[in-house]
Design a protein around this ligand. Structure first.
Ligand code: ADP
Length: 329
């Protein structure tokens, strides 16, 4: 019979990178080559339950109500193995996870997914990790997951080859700045090139990759300062530059990685049009076709309505700064 203490669940929110992460310094240890800054989002939530169970002969992984694919299960089991090693545990685990938003579609399910898994698995294994250790554990599976351990505004520094305990750290709590992020989903379905594969292809083949590595820390510093000063215009301009520069690396990879759909450009034009009419709204995109617009709380309804009316936008969400990861036994 399973000891009741060998199970735990966790709830984590995805995050949006304001200063973008693209490129790894160490692929095996999953160490980012550039610093990134993010905002944790209350609306994009993953809930994960982990049970270590002596009656199981192998790990069982269920994602969004179905059996995980081999590739999905491998990433989860790699995290379980790290937790088992730390805890000196040999039991197999039953993992059930649910993303309350589309998986692998460029909405950062890997961030909330691996943050929730790190928290639930380590608690179920009896490890009493503080937030810093949880963040380092999550980072080994997904760098953006390291940031989702914390609520509000978060930074993940760049690391170097061989780093094994690089972790994110909070910059400001959710209540620091009442921003809104409007997510405009464009094309349905999973992205064609996963982030890890895309980053490696850019590193190996894009002529602009080194320029990106050179400039990314500058945008990151500017964005961190702007977060502290609550200066949306400065933050937004640097965020758009950071976004377009990383997409430039992706687009100029060989073969090229073009995440954009026609509706991506239409949504970008909507955000630019709002700005021309005096609204401080700023766009960012991740490794996918969706557009996310950052704005103040007073402009959020107008920004959302404009994106809802944009041709090709299928759905919008409105998120605000979200909380730290939560663990329940
Ligand atoms: P996204 O933009 O959604 O983060 P990625 O391709 O970067 O897309 O990551 C998606 C992958 O992350 C999935 O294919 C799966 O392997 C993993 N993943 C997503 N959600 C979860 C979850 N809740 N639990 C475990 N792994 C997850």
């Amino acid at each position: 019979m399973t000891d009741r203490s060998m199970q735990a669940s966790a709830r984590a929110c995805a995050n949006i990178a304001l200063a973008k992460y693209w490129g790894k310094a160490d692929v095996r240890r999953n160490v980012p080559a550039v610093p990134s800054i993010s905002l944790t989002l209350d609306q994009l939530v993953t809930e994960t339950r982990v049970r270590f169970d002596e009656s199981l002969g192998a790990d069982v992984v269920r994602l969004d109500g179905r059996r995980a694919t081999v590739a999905e299960a491998e990433r989860v089991i790699a995290m379980l193995d790290r937790v088992r090693r730390e805890a000196g545990l040999r039991l197999s685990a039953h993992v059930t996870s649910h993303n309350h938003f589309p998986t692998a579609a460029g909405l950062a399910s890997s961030a909330s997914g691996f943050a929730a898994l790190a928290a639930a698995a380590s608690a179920a294994a009896g490890l009493r990790f503080n937030a810093r250790r949880l963040s380092a554990l999550a980072r080994a599976s997904s760098a953006s997951a390291a940031r989702s351990i914390y609520g509000g505004f978060v930074e993940l520094p760049a690391g170097s080859r061989g780093d094994s305990d690089l972790a994110a750290r909070p910059i400001a709590p959710p209540g620091h700045w009442n921003l809104r992020l409007v997510v405009a989903a464009t094309e349905p379905g999973q992205k064609k090139v996963g982030s890890t594969e895309g980053m490696e292809r850019s590193r190996k083949t894009s002529p602009y990759y080194h320029a990106w590595l050179d400039q990314a820390p500058r945008w990151s510093r500017k964005i961190k300062r702007a977060v502290k000063d609550r200066d949306l215009d400065t933050l937004g301009a640097a965020m758009e530059q950071s976004t377009l520069a990383f997409h430039c690396c992706a687009i100029t990879s060989d073969p090229p990685i073009l995440y954009w759909a026609p509706a991506t450009l239409a949504a970008l034009a909507t955000v630019r049009g709002l700005r021309e009419r005096g609204v401080s709204a700023w766009a960012t995109m991740d490794a996918g076709p969706h557009v996310k617009a950052l704005c103040g709380v007073g402009d959020a309804t107008r920004v959302r309505q404009a994106l809802d009316r944009t041709p090709g936008v299928t759905r919008t969400w409105m998120a605000k700064p979200g909380p730290d990861v939560e663990v329940h036994r």
